[in-house]
Design a protein around this ligand. Structure first.
Ligand code: SF4
Ligand code: SF4
Length: 451
């Protein structure tokens, strides 16, 4: 797949310009102009809200086709923990993973494996001095981007451990290279993704420090391969030992899964992008100063609610909890501490660069002009009705004022301004008629659009 800044995009043919998506976008990235939605790339965080809400299915996520795996000699699938929630519990882990392998992969390694490493390492990272508190989880790339765009003062709080997805890829590649049968370039690692945000992350990692040894060669949507996995469930060779992760690790698919690794700490986990925004607002204001770790996930319920999954998120949660409960009854063997510590101390788990804010487009490069434009925006905002109805094609009156000053919209895009202008014009027309033909009755004495 080409390197994309975003995986969320618009199918113009399907878009009717209804403005439904406008109001759901948490960063105000959408406008409707000329009857079609437009996504502002500098603001979009790939949260997938617009995909979920569009009644015409005009918002989509660009992911990779399964056929891409054929470009590689050795093909590895790394499915997100959410995959397990897509299937009834009558199917064993081994059955589900073997059905994925039967799609043409040489090997399947659950991302839950990387989650176990990252989860255990979190205990060490938590004590690192480099973070202001609360430490904020970096597990959800949509939330990381949200912080970069809307909460720039909190970017230093974001945990700089690599994601379970990147760690899984790295550890698999390392093992295969050590075994010596394949060159790094011959190994294709494919993430089976529940969401658009992670598809973007595969194609455009947030940090240049992700290198070829973390490389993931494609993101395949769960929903795209789901029907074929279902077909394989009943007639694939079930490989024993293909599954070896803990209930804690695959519970990363649920909100609170990561918090489980920081027992005895004051942790808070929140799901759903608007709820995450509300909590980040409070953290930014210093209201939640007793919280030591914050896990925010953009989707309702966590990754089981990702826009590229198939199963209802509550049902998927039930399946995962059910499996976790049963496994916990038998045994939970975590990875040896020394193993995790050796990976942690090797430095391969860390993003060393700071995660920086993503600044919005400046009003103007010239500071004086920018100040002047800011004043114009405030004057315009005062004139607008303040209803934030979105019918102008901007998500609110302030946004419309900004768009007008940026030359991207007109005052009469606001239906209320337009109505006033038409009324003024009608009054003026009548006055002129009276001057020209004093005996004629005024036309349209009572405007049709009376309030
Ligand atoms: S993916 Fe999220 S941030 Fe991007 S345009 Fe859609 S709703 Fe807005
Ligand atoms: S919660 Fe999980 S599925 Fe949803 S956007 Fe974040 S990482 Fe993706």
């Amino acid at each position: 797949m080409e390197k994309l800044l975003h995986s969320v995009y618009l199918d113009e043919e399907k878009c009717l310009g209804c403005t439904t998506c406008l109001r759901s976008c948490p960063t105000g990235a959408i406008r409707v102009r000329g009857g079609k939605a437009i996504i502002n790339e500098s603001k979009c965080i790939d949260c997938g809200e617009c995909i979920r809400i569009c009644p015409h299915h005009a918002k989509l996520a660009k992911t990779d086709p399964l056929s891409l795996i054929n470009d590689f000699k050795y093909k590895v699938a790394i499915p997100a923990p959410a995959i397990i929630g897509q299937f009834k519990t009558k199917y064993s882990f081994e059955n589900i993973l073997s059905a994925i392998k039967a799609l043409g992969f040489d090997e399947v390694v659950e991302v839950a494996y990387g989650a176990e490493v990252v989860g255990q390492a979190l205990k060490y990272e938590y004590h690192a001095k480099r973070y202001p508190k609360p430490l904020i989880s970096s597990a959800c790339p949509a939330v990381v981007k949200l912080i970069q765009v809307r909460f720039p003062e909190l970017t230093d709080n974001i945990c700089r451990l690599k994601s379970p997805m990147a760690m899984t890829a790295r550890l698999v590649r390392k093992r295969l290279r050590d075994e010596g049968n394949y060159k790094n370039s011959e190994i294709g690692v494919f993430f089976i993704t529940p969401c658009a945000a992670k598809a973007t992350m595969v194609n455009n990692p947030a940090s240049s420090e992700y290198d070829k040894y973390d490389q993931i060669d494609g993101a395949i949507a769960i929903k795209d391969i789901y029907p074929d996995i279902v077909k394989n469930l009943n007639d694939c060779n079930i490989q024993e030992g293909i599954h070896n992760t803990t209930p804690e690790a695959f519970s990363w698919a649920l909100s609170g899964g990561e918090c489980e690794y920081l027992k005895n700490k004051n942790v808070l986990h929140v799901d759903g992008i608007q709820n995450v925004i509300n909590v980040l607002d409070e953290i930014e204001c210093g209201k939640l100063d007793t919280i030591e770790f914050f896990e925010g996930l953009a989707c309702i319920g966590g990754c089981v609610g990702g826009c590229l999954t198939v199963e209802n998120n509550y049902v998927a949660k039930m399946y995962i909890q059910d499996r976790a409960k049963k496994m916990k009854q038998t045994s939970t063997i975590h990875m040896p501490d020394e193993y995790v510590k050796s990976i942690y101390n090797s430095g391969m788990m860390h993003i060393k660069e700071r995660i920086l804010p993503r600044s919005p487009e400046p009003l103007d490069q010239d500071i004086n002009k920018a100040i002047e434009k800011m004043k114009q925006i405030e004057i315009l905002e005062e004139k607008l009705p303040g209803l934030d109805c979105g019918s102008c094609g901007s998500p609110g009156c302030r946004a419309l004022a900004e768009d007008i000053v940026a030359g991207k919209a007109k005052e009469i895009d606001c239906v209320f301004v337009l109505k006033d202008r038409v009324r003024d014009l009608s009054v003026l027309t009548n006055e002129l008629l009276q001057v020209e033909h004093p005996t004629e009755k005024p036309v349209n004495k009572k405007p049709e659009f009376s309030e």
